[in-house]
Design a protein around this ligand. Structure first.
Ligand code: ADP
Ligand code: MG
Length: 630
């Protein structure tokens, strides 16, 4: 895939045929799909004209899940099977979500390998499966309204998402049969939506407060190149917390001390949200409580409505908004930017409609933020513009986005310490190598433990993977040279390899985050999905693999033609050409699995070449600025 990202759009094989590539904002609360048509990016409505698809999935017995508005109708009467805010659970383990269990009404279970599962009437479901249902629905809307098969999608993720969360998002897309052109950070997408890449030398802060996540990024535009100077946020902070604060206030006022049941909690949260949204247009609101779900009269209400003033709400929200402002301060500091250096502040996410948020943000940044593009749609619109470029529809000015790594990556060294290899906020794609040695005479193997985080001790960082380098020739301690290379691709995913330099023994791992899916699990889930598929998913899968293979072949052929002789040895060239032929043969056949394997193999085989080309293109774009290269 890496090759596609740098293919020259103007060399598209069929220049007159526009490819259907979409942007997808897979939101905690709402998800959207957008596309560029006649040069304009816009979100696509469903058949009822709704642009926002609530990110809600209701599982049912022996039939399809309901997704979106139809599922939303059941968040009170079927709370336990109606999954909301699944994005908060993506790539997380059972331990990680303990603190959320108050606000989410499902039963969590531990699946294989510590994977978080939700108990539903249709069986255990992983967050990845739930997200896949949302993606599948969006793609169906897209394909129906565009009247054709989608080529691929750029899917947005909060900049703060870690490796596991990004991988989980990609897994969900794979499960939904969506080909991911690239994962894109949401704040970056917002800046693209405003067309800020055409600015010369501007520094912009993107403040994104959605339903469940908060992101703040500081971007710098220079001669058409974006660089994310710093990005931070909180993957568990958003409008849901406003709802929760208001609901808690209602409980306090009505003297509801007893434990509420699920429907009651959901009902209060719903009423709280409606009140909050209404309070951006009025000074006070009467919150109706007359539909209180009091089956068996568990907890009765003393009154059937309650008055909430804007002033009262502001007081409730301030502590939450303050948390966003502290993160902003920190982020400006790590970007080494002062408020006066900022040219623009962009507001993103439905929660930035809250008047108090606007007030506090304007006061902190001492300026009037940009709000002209709908804060709900802006991310999908930016993603669509990026998808249009990546798929080769744009004829000029390829948009090169440089994102940064959200968390440092390193490995464990003696004594449980972490040696950071790639620092947080390094531009990606990035590669960095470091040499290590053995600590015992005659040591023939070395365990490599890959970690993510900013702390010094292993126990305080997140463990991403472990692998072993075996077959080191026995030597005295300290004389073996083991070169460990970390490579982060444009999606923020990590590949680690270790090479013993005297013997050239190599061991390598594509980091499978602790809560990602194994290929086996993925296969099982695909089977699961087929169980209730309307269309023939098997042939669809084969078709998709063929499209993938074809694209890879075209991109690689073109890349070889352009740079092969210059960047590769004769041996490497022959190997890649042979790989091309093998894949072309597989693509002509009907064996889905063999074809998928072939695509993977050739992608891997061409990775190094892709990295060489990408480094070169980035180096050119940065025009002399230093980047991390081995
Ligand atoms: P996400 O990116 O998490 O999917 P969105 O950007 O769609 O979230 O924002 C959803 C949040 O925006 C919800 O918490 C919703 O209540 C809030 N929201 C939507 N409209 C308003 C409004 N008028 N005033 C305040 N909050 C709003
Ligand atoms: Mg959002």
């Amino acid at each position: 895939m890496a090759l596609l990202q740098i293919s020259e759009p103007s060399q598209s094989s069929k220049p007159n045929q526009r490819k259907l590539a979409v942007g997808i904002d897979l939101g905690t609360t709402n998800s959207l799909i957008a596309i560029v048509r006649s040069g304009q990016a816009d979100t696509l409505p469903d058949i009822n004209g709704n642009h926002l698809l609530p990110s809600i999935v209701r599982f049912r017995k022996h039939t399809y899940p309901q997704v979106g508005h139809s599922a939303k109708n059941h968040i009170i009467d079927d709370a336990a099977n109606t999954v909301v805010s699944v994005k908060r659970l993506m790539g997380r383990g059972v331990q990680d979500v303990k603190s959320l269990s108050n606000s989410l009404p499902y039963a969590f279970e531990q699946g294989n390998q510590g994977m978080l599962m939700l108990k539903t009437i249709a069986g255990q479901k992983s967050p990845v499966q739930v997200a896949a249902e949302i993606l599948r629905t969006l793609v169906e809307h897209g394909e129906t309204s565009l009247g054709g098969k989608l080529e691929g999608a750029v899917i947005t993720v909060p900049a703060y998402f870690n490796d596991a969360q990004r991988q989980a998002t990609k897994d969900a897309a794979k499960l939904a049969g969506v080909s991911v052109l690239r994962l894109l950070n949401e704040p970056t997408a917002a800046a693209v939506a405003y067309g800020l890449e055409h600015k010369q030398n501007a520094t912009v802060a993107v403040f994104d407060l959605g339903g469940g996540t908060f992101d703040i990024s500081v971007l710098k535009m220079e001669k058409g190149v974006f660089e994310v100077l710093a990005t931070d946020g909180d993957s568990a902070l958003g409008g849901d917390d406003f709802d929760y604060a208001i609901a808690t206030w209602i409980c306090g006022n009505l003297g509801l001390e007893a434990e509420l049941n699920l429907p009651q909690q959901r009902y209060l949260l719903c009423q709280a949200r409606m009140a909050k949204e209404a309070l951006c247009k009025t000074e006070s609101i009467v919150i109706p409580l007359d539909q209180w779900p009091s089956s068996n009269a568990t907890v009765a209400l003393p009154q059937d409505q309650i008055l909430l003033s804007l002033e009262q709400m502001n007081e409730l929200l301030d502590p939450i908004i303050d948390r966003t402002i502290s993160v902003c301060k920190q982020t400006l500091k790590s970007a080494e930017v002062t408020i006066t250096n900022l040219d623009q502040v962009i507001l993103v996410g439905g929660s930035t409609r809250t008047l108090r948020v606007r007030q506090q943000v304007s006061a902190f940044f001492q300026c009037q933020p940009l709000t002209s593009i709908d804060p709900d749609r802006i991310v999908a619109i930016g993603a669509a513009r990026q998808a249009d470029v990546l798929v080769g529809n744009k004829n000029h000015d390829e948009l090169l986005l440089l994102d940064v790594l959200p968390l440092s990556l390193g490995l464990e060294t003696m004594g449980g310490l972490v040696e950071r290899i790639i620092e947080r906020n390094s531009p990606i794609p990035a590669a960095q190598a470091q040499e290590f040695t053995t600590y015992q005479d005659g040591q023939t193997a070395m365990m490599i433990h890959v970690l993510q985080g900013e702390r010094e001790l292993v126990q305080n960082c997140r463990s991403l993977a472990r692998f072993e380098l075996q077959g080191i020739p026995p030597m005295v301690a300290g004389s073996a040279k083991i070169r460990v290379t970390f490579q982060v691709d444009a999606d923020g995913l990590l590949n680690v390899s270790a090479r013993e330099l005297s013997s050239n023994i190599v061991s390598e791992i594509q980091v499978q985050p602790s809560y990602g899916l194994t290929e086996d699990q993925m296969a099982t889930m695909l089977q699961d999905a087929w169980g209730y598929a309307e269309t023939d998913q098997i042939s669809r899968g084969l078709h998709e693999q063929k499209v993938k293979a074809e694209r890879l072949i075209i991109a690689l052929e073109k890349a070889l033609e352009a740079d092969g002789e210059r960047l590769l040895t004769q041996d490497q060239l022959v190997k890649l050409r042979k790989g091309l032929q093998t894949l072309a043969n597989l693509s002509a056949g009907q064996d889905h699995e063999a074809l998928a394997k072939g695509v993977d193999q050739l992608t891997k085989a061409s990775d190094e070449f892709a990295a060489l080309r990408m480094d070169e293109s980035i180096r050119q774009a940065l025009a002399g600025q230093p980047i991390n290269v081995i």
